[in-house]
Structures are given as C-alpha cells and as structure tokens.
Design a protein around this ligand. Structure first.
Ligand SMILES: [Zn+2]
Length: 57
C-alpha cells in the first residue's frame, strides 16, 4: 500500500569542523523531530567529526 503523504525529507549532513556537506540522508519527519547529528568520517579533515543536519536546498 503506497502512502499518499511523503513524510521523508532529504537532508544534508554538514561537517562541524570544515562546514562541508559530505553526506546526504533521508529523515522521517514523523519519527524524528530533533536535528540529526552523526559522527562520520570527513574526507577533508581525514578523521571522524560531528556532522549536523542541514537543508539541501
Ligand atoms: Zn570536515
């Protein structure tokens, strides 16, 4: 059964150190209302850094 309303939103994950957007992911607005934060590898800093949710557009 296909849902009519899309609650999934595409977001970018921005490195807190160099402010580059290294990753994109999908977020379910209904389940997740707080800002997403992930510890991910940044190829620019060459280490794991905190990446925070930002809008893609
Ligand atoms: Zn970085």
């Amino acid at each position: 059964m296909a849902s009519k309303k899309q609650t999934v939103e595409l977001i970018a994950l921005q490195c807190e150190v160099c402010k580059r957007r290294n990753y994109t992911t999908a977020k379910n607005r209904r389940n997740t209302q707080e800002k997403l934060e992930f510890k991910k590898y940044c190829p620019h800093d060459r280490k794991h850094t905190l990446h925070k949710e930002t809008k893609i557009k």
